[in-house]
Design a protein around this ligand. Structure first.
Ligand code: SF4
Ligand code: SF4
Ligand code: ZN
Length: 797
């Protein structure tokens, strides 16, 4: 990169190009940035923002869940539909073929005009129809970038900084977090193109990848301002596959060395049809059933999916009667060879210009300056408020690209105030991450505070089992506890501002990263670390903007990005993609081998197979439908035999009426002694411990809980419903007592100092006011339903 290092400075009101993107949301945010120099205006606007967003955050957290799951379902079902339709057409080859999903949401071609539809409009039409059908799901308003057709470059604002022309709008599939294809991803793509089509017409041109929902890593491959195809990692074969788009197929046809089928000329409608052998002139012998095949039929070109092995094709052709028919036959199930996805008569070719990243930065420089200045204004606007202006400012630096940009912006924002970077080392970080964080701060002379969770993960994993996407106990154990320790230190050393805020943290969280982050306020406090106010200056940025900024500012970044990781987090995080785990295997075989050995042992003790681990099923506590379907296809049993743990709670009888009136539930508890419980169950109610009788009596607002030295637990209340609730609450607290990780979050959450900790045994004193804060913040109670999954069943509810 040749360009000089650019300086960032927030000065007067900045005119932004993003307004041209035409979305309401963006305009509003930009307007807010305009007001930043006017202190009064800024204060009002920011107050408003944070109030609104705080509300939004709490309001939407519940809604979000259902919206996101709707959204997921609808996208997954698209894939499912296409798989099913393929399946319907092939019984003999179904297993192999089923593994290829369409990826593209093709409009069914109704009428002959469908053939003449321009290729460029293919995606737009799809996205329009998609939106209409899914009014429920969350939509990002700023789901587009621009494309300069003259320079052949992506633009983050409308005007091209190189030639001055206006870029065409490029609508992106949601969550619209488009990025540059990394060197490793280029390798993968190259390998796939060569193995599937014997060529790679893309050469060194700029390639963008746009993440879309899928089984695992799934990206639209964008080249020259159009979708060239979809690159996906398939869990069934634990490898990548590439599916061309119609335009991509046409370009590949000009370069390919194989995987083509030539059909006899026809006037019939072909899209979505299955074709028989006698209608095909040539069919390459290296084609395997399930492969994508490039198709020509007279003047029509496109692609389809093979339903047959090419090697057996000539045998089919030789069957009697096959020469007598001249038109493609839309055959019966048994004869089909090829299913056409899409063909038409349009032309496609690659752009003659092949600009590089330097040209891309030049085209976007003006927009980057505006983005940077707006972010700086956001930071300055918040940290300079009267109530925060004396508080320490940190940047939460994970070593990832987003926090890197946040750190650079924070440095540019804070001229007079000291800035510190805070790195939370979870103990399961990639070695590259730790090294990068330390080196970067040293080189930039930024003071670095490192909180280290040490061996917390290793200590707890035996108790909880592997973390899962729906059971992320590790986040609390490795992150929040350490952040909490850090907070305590800060609290002691700093003067607390309003609302208990003791320090400010600039964070690189972005809404486009995932649907679960769709709404982020400019600033908010973390309920688990209440003394910390988080500021999110790049919350609206897309990945491409982050990368352009990094390259423009010539910031060094984590090497992991170029090695095949889209996100830099804990290396065994259950949220990571299976494709990324495969890279851990390549890059850190020892780390991988250790973890894999643990997983295999864990699976074995539960009667689960090695394949269960190999295909990544361990990453869910409760498998979603798409994974259950995959397990069925692969013949993998997902029925775990629950292992008997030290702690067990067994319901002796369901809810039964008491002789003295009311209802009670009786259970046997293993692994907890009543002396231990005596120092803790104050959290439920007033406790009387009769040691000589070996009995513990807890009087709560709704009933009584008795716990005996023989392990019997009895919950009783005046109504059935109350008895159930009381029993569940007692079971939850007993589980907490037994599974406590010693994280200490409850101690920090307690407003009256009633909660304390002795090693890994929590205590609650008589001063407890039963506010529930410790229970809310505890990792064990958070995942109670996963730890004791069949309680309702045991209670016969
Ligand atoms: S947080 Fe509330 S419920 Fe928990 S120990 Fe403290 S006072 Fe009791
Ligand atoms: S009881 Fe307290 S210390 Fe133990 S896991 Fe829960 S929050 Fe952490
Ligand atoms: Zn241009």
């Amino acid at each position: 990169m040749q360009q000089k290092k650019e300086k960032l400075q927030a000065s007067g009101p900045q005119k932004t190009d993003r307004g041209n993107q035409g979305t309401k949301k963006v305009r509003t945010q930009d307007k807010r940035s305009f007001q930043i120099t006017d202190k009064k205006a800024f204060r009002t606007s920011d107050n408003k923002t944070s109030r609104i967003s705080d509300n939004k955050a709490s309001q939407t957290s519940d809604n979000k869940t259902s919206r996101i799951s709707d959204n997921k379902t609808s996208r997954i079902s698209d894939n499912k539909t296409s798989r099913t339709s393929d399946k319907r057409n092939s019984q003999t080859q179904q297993n192999r073929i089923r593994n290829k999903s369409t990826g593209f949401k093709e409009k069914s071609s109704k009428g002959k005009h469908a053939f003449n539809k321009s290729v460029g409009s293919e995606k737009n039409l799809d996205s329009v129809s998609y939106r209409k059908n899914n009014s429920q799901r969350f939509e990002y308003e700023d789901d587009q970038i621009f494309w300069c057709e003259k320079c052949n470059l992506p633009l983050i604002g409308e005007e091209c900084g190189r030639c001055g022309s206006r870029g065409k709008v490029l609508k992106l599939s949601q969550p619209a977090d488009v990025r540059f294809c990394s060197p490793y991803e280029r390798e993968v793509l190259d390998r796939q193109l060569y193995s599937a089509f014997g060529c790679n017409p893309l050469g060194k041109r700029l390639i963008l990848l746009n993440k879309i929902p899928g089984e695992d890593k799934t990206d639209e491959v964008l080249v020259d301002g159009f979708i060239f195809g979809i690159l996906r990692f398939e869990l069934s074969k634990m490898d990548y596959s590439f599916e061309p788009s119609l335009k991509g197929a046409k370009i590949l046809l000009k370069h390919t060395q194989g995987r083509t089928a030539r059909l006899k000329k026809t006037n019939r409608h072909l899209n979505g049809k299955s074709i028989s052998a006698e209608s095909i002139e040539t069919f390459d012998s290296n084609i395997k059933a399930g492969d994508f095949v490039l198709v020509t039929a007279g003047s029509l070109t496109g692609y389809g999916v093979s339903l047959f092995d090419g090697a057996e094709f000539s045998g089919l052709k030789d069957q009697p009667g096959s020469e007598t028919r001249s038109e493609p036959e839309f055959s019966k199930e048994s004869e089909k060879v090829l299913r056409i996805r899409k063909v038409d008569s349009s032309e496609a070719s690659l752009h003659p210009e092949t600009p590089d990243l330097t040209a891309c930065i030049e085209a976007n420089k003006k927009h980057l300056q505006v983005l940077g200045k707006n972010a700086i204004n956001t930071i300055r606007g918040i940290i300079s408020r009267k109530e925060y202006k004396n508080l320490p400012v940190y940047v939460s630096f994970s070593g990832g690209k987003d926090s890197l940009v946040a750190l650079d912006l924070a440095q540019a924002s804070l001229k007079q105030r000291e800035l510190k970077a805070f790195f939370l080392n979870t103990g399961i970080e990639f070695p590259e991450t730790v090294e990068f964080v330390r080196n970067f701060c040293r080189e930039k002379e930024i003071s670095l505070t490192e909180a280290n969770a040490g061996s917390a993960f290793r200590e707890q994993v035996g108790k909880f089992g592997p973390p899962a996407k729906d059971f992320r106990w590790c986040c609390k154990v490795c992150k929040l506890a350490s952040a909490g320790d850090f907070e305590t230190e800060k609290r002691a050393s700093s003067q607390k501002g309003v609302a208990g805020v003791a320090y400010l943290t600039i964070d690189g969280k972005r809404k486009h990263e995932s649907f679960s982050r769709a709404r982020i306020a400019a600033s908010e406090t973390n309920p688990f670390v209440p003394a910390q106010l988080n500021i999110f200056p790049i919350r609206d940025w897309k990945a491409i903007e982050v990368w352009l900024y990094i390259h423009w500012r010539q910031l060094s970044y984590s090497p992991l990005y170029d090695l095949g990781f889209e996100r830099v987090g804990c290396w065994l995080c259950p949220s990571a993609l299976a494709a990324e785990y495969e890279r851990v295997k390549d890059l850190h075989p020892e780390m991988y081998a250790k973890w894999n050995a643990f997983l295999l042992e864990w699976a074995k003790s539960r009667g689960l197979s090695e394949k269960f681990i190999e295909h990544g099923f361990w990453r869910w506590k409760e498998l979603p439908p798409k994974m259950l379907k995959l397990a069925e296809e692969l013949g993998i049993s997902v029925l775990a035999r629950e292992k008997t743990e030290d702690f067990e709670i067994e319901v002796v009888s369901g809810i039964s009426p008491c002789r003295a009136g009311g209802y009670s539930i009786e259970a046997a508890v293993k692994g907890i002694r009543e002396q231990e419980a005596a120092g803790f169950v104050n959290v439920l109610g007033n406790t009387v411990y009769a040691e000589d009788l070996g009995m513990l009596l807890v009087k709560t607002a709704t009933g009584t809980v008795k716990f005996f030295s023989n392990g019997n637990l009895l919950a009783s209340s005046e109504t059935k419903e109350k008895a159930i609730l009381l029993f569940k609450e007692a079971a939850k607290q007993f589980t907490r007592l037994s599974r406590c990780t010693g994280c200490g979050i409850c101690v920090k959450a307690c407003p009256v100092g009633a909660a304390s900790l002795e090693g890994k045994t929590p205590h609650v004193s008589e001063t407890c006011i039963r506010c529930g804060k410790c229970t809310e913040s505890c990792v064990v109670t958070r995942y109670f339903d996963k730890l004791v999954p069949d309680l309702n069943q045991k209670l016969k509810l």
